[in-house]
Design a protein around this ligand. Structure first.
Ligand code: PEP
Length: 249
């Protein structure tokens, strides 16, 4: 099955109203006519701005996290239906920064993933090993455990409405990109794991690679049989770099 390429930007905690306006406007203008599906995941306060600039374009927008709860006394949290109100199509779930700094365990990630689907959002589920885990040769176990937590809670069929991003933690924001072969190995493993429970879902599943993707390495990464695009951090903050990556898709 041929899967469309998808490139999503993760702005993390960067931006300001004037800077975003020029970045969003440039991305919108340069993305017109590109083949890849494109999205930007912005900080919560800028969702309204993303919606107003990007509406009607071929660039979708989304958030970087959400609450596992639908509503209630959860000070500081943001629900899936609130994201939906601002036209979000996507939400990143289980980014390694959430897992390591904010205590998002596999169980919390699974609950957030379910909440995103319930709100009609497409979760971009992040999985990936730390450097210590890679060196201990347990990458496959770690990624499988992270994936299985979601499959156990929401079922393999749920992945028909989701995207998976393989992000080796040691490659995020470090300038150390996984080699295309290293990334392909883990992507193939993810697809095989999903296929064991649901062959058709696995064939259609978009699996993105994230970790120091740049315009110069995107084409080779995206050329691997199981790499269906990228989740882009630093390079998504520079319009020409982000678009250069999108154009490789
Ligand atoms: C990310 O934030 O998910 C990421 C992959 O960052 P970077 O592209 O900067 O490594």
């Amino acid at each position: 099955m041929s899967r469309p390429k998808f490139v999503a930007g993760n702005w993390k905690m960067h931006g300001s109203l004037p800077a975003n306006l020029s970045l969003l406007s440039a991305v919108k203008a340069k993305a017109a006519g590109l083949k890849a599906q494109i999205a930007v995941c912005v900080p919560y306060p800028y969702l309204a701005q993303a919606q107003s600039v990007l509406a009607g374009s071929n660039v979708a927008w989304g958030a970087q996290d959400l609450s596992e709860h639908a509503q209630g006394a959860y000070t500081g949290e943001v629900s899936g239906s609130m994201l939906h109100d601002f036209g979000c199509r996507y939400v990143i779930i289980g980014h390694s920064e959430r897992r390591s700094y904010y205590g998002d365990t596999d169980a919390v990630v699974a609950a957030k993933y379910a909440a995103a689907l319930k709100a009609g959002l497409t979760p971009i589920l992040c999985v990936g090993e730390t450097l210590a885990e890679r060196e201990a040769d347990i990458t496959a176990q770690v990624v499988t455990r992270q994936l299985d937590a979601v499959i156990a809670a929401s079922g393999v069929e749920s992945l028909a409405k989701a995207v998976v991003a393989y992000e080796p933690v040691w490659a995020i924001g470090t300038g150390k990109t996984a080699t295309p072969a290293q990334a392909q190995d883990v992507h193939a493993l993810i697809r095989a794991r999903v296929a064991a429970a649901g062959r058709e879902v696995a064939a259609g599943l978009q699996i993105l690679y994230g970790g120091s993707v740049k315009p110069g390495n995107a084409k080779e990464l995206f050329g691997q049989p199981d790499i269906d695009g990228g989740l882009i951090g630093g390079a998504s903050l520079v319009a020409d770099d982000f678009i250069g990556i999108c154009a490789a898709g």
